[in-house]
Design a protein. Sequence first.
Length: 190
Amino acid sequence: MIASVDGAVTVRRTDHVVIECAGVGYRLAVSAETLRAVPAAGKQTLLHTHLVLRDDGMHLYGFATEAERQLFLLLISVQGVGPKVALAVLSAGAPRDLLRAIAGGDAARFQAVPGIGKRTAERIIVELREKVGAAPADATARSRSDDPRTVAREGLVGLGFSVPEADDLLDQARGETPEALISGALRAAR
């Protein structure tokens, strides 16, 4: 498998780039996020890659960061999400933001991507939430300064409740701190 391509950019288009490496030009399909990181033609760059073999040929996908490549691999593991749709998802934002959306159950974020309907967006959330775990550490740190209800909601989602379930439970809970709200919500869940 081709793990990365390092060379001079010869072509830079909205959906792909060509990188010449040791006299061979590799055409890599890229997301809008990766394209922003690719320099102008003639400049050197390194892209992490993933090769997909299909009946109609070999398709090479390029990523500016290893995190983006890993998210791509997670996305194509979801039933109904192929490489083109995964690239469209990656074009919708930075990997950190997309992981936060998955961890937070934000299906609307994925429904906004062309080619993804409500069912596919929900499937992405359901199948990947456990794999991505909690939101990235900086998102958690940022939410600590938010209101107690938001922090409590994230805590309940981290415990396995869906966002709507967490909201319903928090409506029944009383308290001024996140801990008190979570405790009250867990009592209401019994």
